[in-house]
Design a protein around this ligand. Structure first.
Ligand SMILES: [Fe+2]
Ligand SMILES: [Fe+2]
Length: 300
């Protein structure tokens, strides 16, 4: 079994290839072309009032929570930028990724402010509190970083896309689809790195994968009133345990062919077994949640 640092070095050429593929695949876009500036009015002359909002409250909650999650980008950058050597391909990637991610909060905030679909004072107070609190998680080992970012980008893609759908507004839908497409491209990069790592050292990667998936949380947990907002999003079908099981964990286990891996050591086999049981465990928890909150089957 190699160390994480050795494993990372051994996939450096794949990382360079995946960065190249990302640049070929990603379509550059401009938030200013999507934001409905024609709706903008002075908040000094006409202070915000909830009656001005055009989106349903649950759609606004989802968009605001997703925006505040994007607002914590400095801490996500910090995690990526400090996890890898300054002259590594990953350091290159961390800057590309940060530049692309930066547009997400710009786009979403511009949309919400021009369309008056958020309380601008509350949004800024929450942003300040969120960024002041910062963010970190326990997944600092390079293998864990790649597994976490794979799951997180895929989860974020789904959450943004569903928030855009829930908004039932052409502009919000287009904008959130664009943001979700970026998340998808990032997801493809991180998933690709994990695939390369799995080829070389499946036992170590499986153990890291179990650690990450077992303790997975979206990066927004430090946001004010996170729990209340996350429950609202779960109930409105933007992101919940069932989506996490069916849309994130199961597809990743399939993509990475976790069930077919062999030549594992004892710890690797244990992690493999636990991972393969995880979707069922999550679905049971999802059913319990749905029963508790009386969710209608159309969200199931
Ligand atoms: Fe993003
Ligand atoms: Fe992302």
């Amino acid at each position: 079994m190699s160390s994480s640092a050795e494993l990372l070095r051994s996939v450096e050429a794949d990382i360079v290839r995946l960065i190249g593929e990302h640049h070929e695949r990603r379509q550059h876009w401009y938030a200013h072309e999507m934001v409905p500036w024609e709706l903008g009015r002075s908040y000094r002359d006409e202070p915000w009032d909830e009656s001005q909002a055009t989106l349903a409250p649950e759609a606004r909650t989802a968009l605001v929570l997703n925006l505040l999650t994007e607002d914590n980008l400095p801490y996500y950058h910090l995690r990526l930028a400090t996890a890898f050597a300054p002259d590594s391909a990953m350091n290159d990637w961390s800057r590309t990724w940060t530049a692309e991610e930066g547009q997400h909060a710009i786009a979403m905030r511009s949309y919400l402010l021009t369309s008056r679909n958020c309380d601008p004072r509350e949004l800024e107070d929450d942003r300040l509190q969120t960024v002041t609190k910062g963010w970190s998680n326990d997944f600092v080992d390079p293998i864990e970083v790649f597994v976490y970012t794979s799951a997180q980008e895929l989860a974020t893609r789904i959450s943004h896309r569903n928030a855009g759908k829930l908004a039932d507004d052409e502009v919000a839908y287009e904008l959130m689809s664009r943001v979700a497409a970026d998340e998808n491209h990032h997801f493809l990069f991180y998933r690709g790195v994990v695939t390369s790592m799995l080829d070389r050292d499946p036992s170590s990667v499986l153990q890291a994968m179990w650690k990450v998936f077992d303790g997975f949380e979206m990066p927004g947990t430090g946001i004010p009133r996170y729990l209340r907002r996350a429950i609202a999003m779960a109930k409105s079908g933007v992101y919940n345990l069932r989506i996490h099981a069916d849309g994130v964990v199961s597809p990743l286990l399939r993509d990475w062919r976790i069930a077919d891996l062999h030549g594992l050591d004892a710890e690797g086999r244990q992690a493999q077994e636990k991972l393969l049981r995880l979707p069922d465990t999550l679905l049971r928890a999802a059913e319990a949640f749905e029963r508790r909150v009386g969710m209608s089957p159309r969200f199931a």
